[in-house]
Design a protein. Structure first.
Length: 95
């Protein structure tokens, strides 16, 4: 499953998302969801334990001016790779 986090982790039931995330799943963060990809954030350790497939949309990182603060556990991708990622997963869950 592909989990798409477009909201701030503080505006959703983040613990439900973390509990649903499995090792085979992927997570992409975009819009305000990029906040969860920042280094040294409260949820980062749990995310890393749940899934190794962590992505962040580069355009949204640049728009928010946080490119120097993104965790090395996240892979920066563009819109074309985002589309490829959605094609690789049969199901998507929006948060």
């Amino acid at each position: 499953m592909l989990h798409i986090l477009s909201n701030s982790p503080f505006k959703i039931d983040i613990y439900s998302m973390l509990n649903m995330l499995s090792a085979q799943d992927s997570l992409i963060t975009l819009q305000d969801g990029v906040l969860i990809s920042l280094s040294d954030n409260f949820f980062l350790d749990k995310l890393i334990k749940q899934s190794k497939n962590l992505f962040v949309l580069e355009e949204d990182v640049l728009a928010r001016g946080v490119s120097h603060y993104i965790s090395s556990h996240f892979t920066l991708i563009n819109y074309a790779k985002f589309v490829n990622l959605t094609e690789q997963h049969a199901k998507c869950m929006n948060w």
